[in-house]
Design a protein around this ligand. Structure first.
Ligand code: ADP
Ligand code: ZN
Length: 744
């Protein structure tokens, strides 16, 4: 990487303007240090905020980013080490630097660790330029043979007489490469750098799209106006499943494209987006750029560079797309905004939906949140006037919402040792007879969640976690779904030695599949779970097979709940509707309603009416009643009423501290010390320490504390002051989770 001419360094409007000729500058390194370090500016360099630099760190050279603000000055001039070079790489723009600072400040993660997410995706090294041949001007006086004339003609005919790659030129002129070399030696041809071909075709906003219904048109007009306004705003696009939310926000993307600006769409599960991509292509004529962490590195590099150069007009991606270097972001869409998959739980703990809104604000762009089941957080923001709500009340094209029925398992239980009740079996049979497809949903992988010894009652547990081992019968394994620990299914009980006494308790989808195969031996069954659908290709193939009616019955986990549109699928059976309701999770009810409503939305998306059957032991539960009556608004209102008085989110703020250590004792001591140092004040409540539900995870003992405050209290200063009082060490770790989603 060459050192760049300093005069080409970036200077953008959001940057804190640096005085020229500074002697030292702060440089942020992609490591979990508390902040940037100062480096000396050697003569001849003029580093600006955002410049990518090489600097010495200990004995190594590291890549860092010149940061904004004043150098901290704590290291004396004599001990200050110099910047080695400014790299010839696109500088990090001001809005991305502000995003890094913002996320670090909000989540309490070290800024360098947040920087890693923006730099990791960085294709710092430019791909080597491709070279070819151009006409020499003026051409020297030399003898021209016929082959040479053909070469000159071919180059002259190329648009603008630009350079051509050697192979291409040789083919066009029907000459051998030796002729080209001879012409170069004679001074007729000059080597030249070929222009980079744009890696992404430009989506056409005026490619004919569907005619929108009046409701859809109204929502689309509001979004187009927001895009035209070139200012930050947040819109909630709230419409029942199948109401055409995607078509509507495509109109916002079209408006953004017409302005020549870029659009970012975040999807919760990019691997499951084949149908989305196909629809995008239908609407805009070409595919968008796709971004996620599993891209091959070459594709990553070209995509990153194309985004940076403004040559990727639309990017659809997972959480990490948030950190792409858009020069001119004009729209951010977060589809299925209620999805918890947007929360990143390891490394920097952040919520991609919330940070996408921050990014939109930093770029002065509108954000669109789309969902059939908006989160209470988002609804509260609508109510408070911070977000604007656009509502699509009905399914497109007169498709009706599926009829939903509860199956009370106490009244019509399945046969002993089975999990599908007679009414559900009958409904599946009936839909097969009509030539329609059915879906069975159970959000649990494997064969059985628990393996028990009938002789002594021993339960097979993970040695590293407070969790049972899940049987995966097809793979003959018992596996921990938290740490991955796996053992072959034992023949004898490890506790009492009884042989063939281990028995499977409860169902996973493998077991449901076994039961369905026995009940419907003729049916063509497809299992969709994260361990059978292992990537975008498998997902696309599954979707194709279902659409082509090569499948009669789909059996799946939550991956079948999301966004799919299967016109011939008319029956959805939920095997265990109560599954998500146990446990002390603040949002358990909300999440169950969202998930089951989403699954139910897979039924009857075309002309044939859909039917949804929920197997439950508690039909009177408010979640089942809300689903039965389709009254989500009332359900959310009751959730709000429950959370408001206690200042639970979104009406108050929450942060979790998870203390972990190698021994229970060390974890207890650290948690107790933290508890003693807990902040006090009006409206401040600290709950715990208490053992985490997963009190041992990967061999570490875990204790939790929860800080709850009023909404107008900033929790970050409280947390910083709190953590500063309690020195940890000796293998004790404290993880901070602001706005926790998981309470495990
Ligand atoms: P949602 O995102 O709200 O679930 P979709 O945008 O997926 O709804 O729309 C559901 C189905 O209806 C899709 O197949 C979509 O192509 C179709 N659709 C929606 N709006 C229209 C329209 N105005 N004209 C034609 N088809 C439409
Ligand atoms: Zn485990």
């Amino acid at each position: 990487m060459a050192a760049r001419n300093p005069t080409t360094a970036s200077q953008d409007s959001l940057a804190v303007i640096a005085p020229p000729g500074r002697a030292r500058v702060p440089v942020l390194l992609p490591y979990p240090f508390p902040g940037p370090f100062d480096y000396r500016v050697p003569p001849g360099l003029d580093p600006r905020p955002g410049d990518i630099v090489m600097v010495p760190l200990n004995r190594r050279a590291e890549i860092g980013v010149v940061w904004d603000g004043e150098p901290d000055g704590s290291v004396g001039d004599n001990r200050l080490r110099p910047i080695d070079a400014i790299l010839d790489a696109p500088p990090m723009r001001a809005d991305l630097r502000r995003l890094v600072d913002w996320i670090a400040a909000y989540t309490l993660a070290p800024p360098g660790e947040v920087l890693t997410m923006a730099l990791r995706s960085n294709a710092l090294r430019a791909p080597p330029p491709r070279t070819g041949w151009a006409l020499a001007e003026p051409p020297p006086e030399v003898r021209l043979t016929d082959p040479r004339r053909r070469v000159l003609a071919a180059l002259g005919a190329a648009l603008g007489a630009g350079p051509l790659a050697a192979a291409e030129l040789a083919r066009a002129a029907e000459v051998s490469p030796a002729v080209l070399r001879g012409m170069a030696d004679a001074g007729l041809l000059l080597p030249a750098t070929l222009p980079e071909a744009a890696p992404f075709a430009i989506p056409d906003p005026d490619h004919p799209g569907p005619a929108l219904s009046p409701e859809q048109a109204e929502a689309a007009a509001a979004l187009r106006a927001a895009v035209a306004g070139r200012a930050f705003s947040v819109h909630l696009l709230d419409g029942v499943t199948g109401s055409g939310k995607t078509e509507v926000y495509f109109e916002a993307i079209a408006a953004c494209l017409r302005q020549g600006r870029q659009a970012l769409v975040l999807l919760p599960e990019i691997a499951l987006s084949s149908q989305w991509l196909a629809r995008f292509q239908r609407r805009f004529g070409v595919a968008p750029a796709v971004w996620h962490s599993d891209l091959p590195s070459r594709v990553r590099r070209t995509t990153w560079r194309a985004v940076d150069a403004g040559q990727a007009p639309v990017v659809v991606g997972a959480r990490s797309a948030l950190f792409l270097p858009f020069p001119d972001l004009g729209l951010v869409v977060i589809d299925e905004e209620h999805e918890t998959a947007f929360k990143q739980e390891d490394g920097v703990v952040y919520h991609a939906r919330d940070m996408a809104i921050v990014r939109a604000r930093l770029c002065g762009a509108p954000a669109v949140l789309a969902s059939a089941t908006p989160s209470l957080e988002t609804l509260a923001n609508v109510e408070a006037g911070r977000y604007r709500r656009l509502h699509l009340p009905s399914r497109h094209g007169g498709a009706s919402l599926p009829a939903l029925r509860l199956i009370d398992l106490r009244e019509t239980p399945p046969e002993r040792g089975h999990f599908l009740s007679p009414p559900l079996l009958a409904a599946i049979q009936a839909s097969f007879e009509r030539g329609e497809q059915a879906l069975l949903f159970l959000n649990r992988r494997g064969y059985a969640p628990l393996t028990l010894c009938r002789a002594c009652g021993h339960r097979m547990q993970c040695p590293n976690c407070t969790a049972w081992l899940v049987e995966h019968r097809a793979r003959r394994l018992l596996q921990c779904h938290h740490c991955g620990h796996a053992i072959p299914i034992p023949e004898t009980c490890p506790e009492c030695g009884a042989s063939h006494s281990l028995t499977a308790v409860g169902p996973g989808i493998e077991r449901i599949t076994e039961e369905a195969r026995a009940a419907f031996p003729e049916a063509r069954i497809l299992v969709m779970a994260s361990d059978t659908i292992t990537g975008p290709h498998a997902a696309a193939e599954a979707a194709r097979a279902i659409e082509a009616r090569e499948i009669d019955l789909v059996i799946g986990t939550q991956i079948v709940a999301k966004g799919w549109h299967f016109p011939h699928l008319t029956l959805v059976g939920v095997v265990d509707a109560d599954l998500g309701l146990s446990g002390g999770d603040l949002r358990a009810a909300e999440r169950t309603v969202q998930l089951l409503h989403q699954v139910a939305g897979r039924a009857g998306r075309a002309e044939a009416p859909g039917q949804v059957l929920l197997q439950t032991y508690s039909p009177e539960h408010k979640v089942m009643q809300a689903l039965l009556h389709g009254d989500l608004a009332r359900f959310m209102a009751s959730e709000a009423a429950e959370r408001r008085p206690g200042n639970w989110p979104p009406y108050g703020r929450l942060a979790a501290l998870v203390v972990s250590a190698d021994t229970a004792e060390a974890a207890d001591i650290a948690a107790r010390d933290l508890g003693r140092a807990a902040p006090h004040g009006e409206g401040i409540v600290v709950l715990g320490p208490a053992p985490a539900p997963l009190s041992i995870l990967r061999g570490r003992h875990r204790r939790r504390l929860l800080l709850k405050t009023q909404r107008d209290t900033a929790v970050q200063p409280l947390l910083r002051a709190w953590l500063a009082q309690v020195p940890t060490g000796r293998g004790v770790k404290v993880e901070v989770d602001v706005d926790p989603v998981s309470f495990l």
